[in-house]
Design a protein around this ligand. Structure first.
Ligand code: TXA
Ligand code: MG
Length: 417
């Protein structure tokens, strides 16, 4: 019988999982579940990471002392990685150009790719943006704090560094006590005018999977950030939904926990999708076809095709993300059974991909998740991961018996901590 880990992933399937999922499915039927802010002081990060992190300076627990230290660093121009309800962010004081420039350097991100600025609350919108439509305000009223980013026309004087030289700015209020506390500290002495914000993209190197634990951040960035705050595993697990309101009708630039249908239900307008042919449209690096990539090749397919693929890809180290039911003939260390509930699937998605990378997978077969609106964010990330990992010739020439792939202890740790 398998056990659930802290992130809700289950090793090697089992009846208990299926029962849990029946209950969870009923819960999901309603709508996008509300985001419960994580406890800031959750100890020790979870999740297997592809490289050893012991050699690096450890993360600091996001308790009151840790947060105070991080706030101090931010205000002095430091770069701090911190948890949000979606993924970990790599933050700098949005008003400090030098600190913001370091984010691009650390991430190895092109300067033309704009950043999301985390602000204290919706009352700060006007300091950063102009021409804010009512529909945007209604969305914010319902979903902030929460996994929603708005792209709006920037106010005069908002730095090109934050916007990638575009005339728009991405703003978000995260539903997490850590950014909330950091922004509160930075708001001290607020005169009602000052632009208070933390510029924070996801805390990974450009093009790779976003981190959902502090250990993931350190595995990606080593000691490049001045401090990594450990607030435990992120609840949502995929990045925020980005809605562009800068060009009249809303357009979903990146789907997330909040779906286009959730938005339509609230504002009465079906949001559009980005027009790939429109070169004047806002640029989103997360919308590049090849983004959010694990190291292994990733392929999405139906279960029957997965079974066939076991023979097709003989000689490669095959791993699988299977829905609810275990994949026969694959070593337990190379199979992760994921719940068929979008919010729970997303919560563990990146940790699972990292764990399978760490287990040395050459190819990850992903059972195609359901197609309902709640799954749009997950589909988006999986499609991009597949696009980012094109076919390569198999590394091993000789067929290896899949049954004999040894169990990989590190994955075991994730699944049964
Ligand atoms: O959940 C999240 O949004 C996380 C957490 C840390 O807040 N942040 C995040 O940031 O995912 P990042 O930089 O990894 O992704 C933000 C995306 C990028 O693809 C960027 O191009 C896009 O937002 N973006 C930022 N400003 C924009 C703008 N003015 N117009 C269009 N897209 C923009
Ligand atoms: Mg990112």
């Amino acid at each position: 019988m398998s056990e659930q880990n802290e992130q809700g992933t289950t090793a090697a399937g089992g009846d208990a999982l299926v029962e849990q999922d029946h209950a969870a499915k009923a819960a999901e039927a309603a709508e996008a579940p509300p985001v419960t802010p994580a406890t800031p002081a959750t100890p020790a990060a979870t999740g297997v990471v592809p490289v050893a992190v012991e050699k690096y300076r450890p993360a600091v627990v996001a308790d009151a002392d840790g947060i105070a230290q991080a706030a101090q660093l931010l205000m002095q121009g430091g770069v701090v990685a911190f948890p949000t309800e979606t993924v970990y962010g790599l933050g700098a004081d949005a008003a400090n150009a030098e600190a913001v420039a370091r984010i691009f350097k650390i991430k190895k991100r092109p300067q033309t790719h704009p950043l999301i600025v985390h602000i204290p609350d919706a009352s700060h919108l006007e300091r950063w943006a102009v021409d804010i439509p009512d529909t945007a305000r209604r969305l914010v009223g319902r979903y902030w704090p929460g996994p929603l980013t708005l792209v709006l026309r920037r106010a005069e004087g908002v730095s090109d560094l934050l916007t990638g030289g575009q005339d728009t700015i991405a703003l978000r209020v995260a539903a997490h006590p850590v950014p909330e506390a950091l922004l509160k500290a930075m708001s001290e002495g607020d005169d009602g005018q000052r632009r208070i914000g933390i510029a924070a993209p996801s805390a990974n190197r450009f093009g790779r999977i976003s981190p959902t634990t502090a250990a993931h951040v350190i595995a990606d960035l080593g000691n490049d950030a001045d401090l990594v705050l450990d607030g435990g595993a992120c609840e949502v697990g995929i990045e925020s939904t980005i809605v562009d309101f800068s060009r009249g009708e809303p357009v979903v630039l990146r789907p997330g926990r909040i779906s286009a249908q959730d938005i339509a239900a609230l504002i009465g307008v079906e949001p559009g999708v980005p027009d790939a042919a429109d070169v004047t449209a806002p640029r989103v690096s997360g919308s590049l076809a090849a983004h959010y990539a694990p190291r292994a090749k990733l392929r999405m397919m139906k279960r029957t095709a997965m079974i066939d693929a076991l023979s097709t890809h003989k000689g490669q180290r095959i791993a699988a993300l299977a829905l609810e039911v275990n994949m026969p003939r694959l070593a337990p260390g190379l199979v992760v059974v994921v719940p068929a509930v979008a919010s729970r699937y997303a919560h563990t998605l990146y940790a699972n991909l990292r764990a399978l990378d760490a287990a040395g997978a050459d190819i990850i077969l992903v059972e195609t998740p359901p197609g309902s609106p709640a799954w749009a964010g997950v589909h988006d990330r999986l499609s991009r991961a597949a696009a980012a990992t094109p076919d390569k010739p198999p590394k091993v020439e000789k067929a290896e018996k899949i049954e004999q792939v040894e169990r990989v202890e590190k994955v075991d740790e994730v699944e049964n901590p």
